[in-house]
Design a protein around this ligand. Structure first.
Ligand code: NAD
Length: 413
């Protein structure tokens, strides 16, 4: 069995969309090439005086439809190929949801859990300073991803602003509210995952009330998805993190309280331990991968019993894993649709910052719902009319919009 890299997977998905849309070879060449790649050395003075050098990246995959947009990941395993793949997915995601953005991704190959708060701040500021020439509210707007959160965004915003000489909140999204963050941004990705789950269940003729859910990954996406799903009346029966999973809890908030102080969900009072592998194979209605890439593969996909899989994570499924789920009749809500709530509310945050006018939580919720529901219906309609999977339909919609924008802008000179 071949294990494809996230980049090979993303390129294969793009190739398929290009073929299904009957685009030209010129289109393929443009669409399959990242616009700009920056690799930087990020030196860090550790608290004990040692100097470490980490690799950092910022990939601006596309700027055709607007400034590029995408998260910053702090994780020891990231490399350039994966960052390009994730930046490509951001491009189709922004186009699918019709946001006026291209796509980007960045990060530092560091295990954020090994850094003290002060080290994390120094690393974030130095990384920001290294990529400073290519970011900005009209160029490229970073946001949190795996291993980063609103504190990192506050430091990025400050570093950029100090260099400009005035406050520039719109250079990053996912900031604390007092620095120009948006109400509802923290929970936005999880809220979107929950909305996609509810709609996919309804389309499958399954009543969301009381439907059971297992969630792999209990970070920003997994936790907020669990909260929103419980509010909608679904039952979250298992959650996991990198150390393993638990079942048997009353509410995800009990698990959160425990994991905040213990750094893992494992051992939360009144729960039973399961492995991540067992979690994937639970007899539930919905499975939500919300951790890292490549968790649903040729070796794990056949154990999945869920009727609907909702990709909270980016690129959690390999092509072999996808083929197995499709042939087993599982409805897969693809990443670029399922987790698009995060970038949709990031867009709202950027709009609010640029206008210096801030919306109510209700405004954010209503607008998120409107944009996401429109995308879900478009994907479902196209999947039905073209007899393709939701993933293929979502890519066709996103890729077609970027290709059209390319064509209309033309080739300079
Ligand atoms: P996070 O760092 O907040 O949480 C990641 C979680 O995954 C943690 O609970 C971690 O323990 C767990 N994890 C890591 N490796 C694992 C493994 N091998 N098995 C099981 N669990 C594992 O990150 P996040 O922001 O929640 O992002 C999760 C995914 O969602 C990523 O793929 C990210 O790109 C994607 N995403 C995030 C956002 C966002 O707004 N944060 C938006 C769209 C997509």
């Amino acid at each position: 069995m071949t294990m494809e890299s996230p980049l090979a997977t993303a390129l294969a998905q793009l190739r398929r969309a290009v073929d299904q849309l009957e685009l030209s070879e010129n289109d393929w060449k443009t669409l399959s090439t990242p616009r700009r790649i920056l690799e930087v050395a990020v030196p860090l003075r550790r608290d004990d005086g040692r100097v470490e050098i980490y690799k950092g990246y910022r990939v601006q995959y596309s700027t055709t439809r607007g400034p590029s947009k995408g998260g910053v990941r702090f994780h020891q395993d990231i490399d350039l190929d994966e960052t390009v793949a994730l930046a490509m997915l951001m491009t189709w995601k922004c186009a699918l949801t019709n946001l006026p953005y291209g796509g980007a991704k960045g990060g530092v190959a560091v295990d954020a859990r090994t850094l003290s708060l002060q080290e994390n701040e120094r690393l974030t500021r130095r990384y920001t300073s290294e990529i400073l020439p290519i970011i900005g509210p009209e160029r490229d707007i970073p946001a949190p991803d795996v291993g980063t959160d609103e504190r990192n965004m506050a430091w990025m915003m400050d570093t950029y602003s100090v260099n400009e000489g005035f406050a520039v909140p719109s250079v990053v999204t996912g900031k604390p509210i007092v620095l120009g963050g948006s109400l509802g941004r923290n929970s936005a990705t999880g809220d979107g995952v929950a909305i996609s789950t509810r709609e996919a269940l309804k389309m499958r003729g399954i009543n969301p009330q009381g439907a059971t859910v297992a969630i792999q990954g209990f970070g920003k996406v997994g936790y907020w998805a669990a909260v929103a799903l419980e509010k909608m009346g679904l039952r979250v029966v298992a959650v996991s993190d990198v150390s393993g999973g638990v079942t048997g809890f009353k509410s995800v908030d009990d698990v959160l309280e425990y994991s905040k102080t213990n750094g893992t969900v494992l051992g939360a009072p009144g729960t039973d331990h399961i492995t991540n592998q067992e979690l994937l194979g639970l007899n539930v209605d919905v499975l939500i991968p919300a951790a890292l890439a490549d968790s649903i593969t040729h070796s794990t996909a056949s154990s999945i019993k869920a009727k609907v899989v909702v990709e909270g994570a980016n690129a959690p499924t390999t092509p072999e894993g996808d083929a197995i789920m499709n042939s087993n009749g599982i409805l897969v809500v693809p990443d670029i649709l399922a987790n698009s709530g995060g970038v949709i509310v990031s867009y709202f945050e950027w709009v609010q910052d640029k206008q210096n006018y801030f919306w109510s939580a209700e405004d954010v919720r209503e607008n998120l719902n409107k944009i996401l529901m429109k995308s879900i219906v478009e994907v479902e309609d196209l999947a039905k009319s073209k007899k393709v999977t939701w993933r293929e339909a979502a890519h066709m919609l996103g890729v077609a919009r970027v290709a059209e924008a390319h064509r209309l802008r033309g080739l300079y000179p």
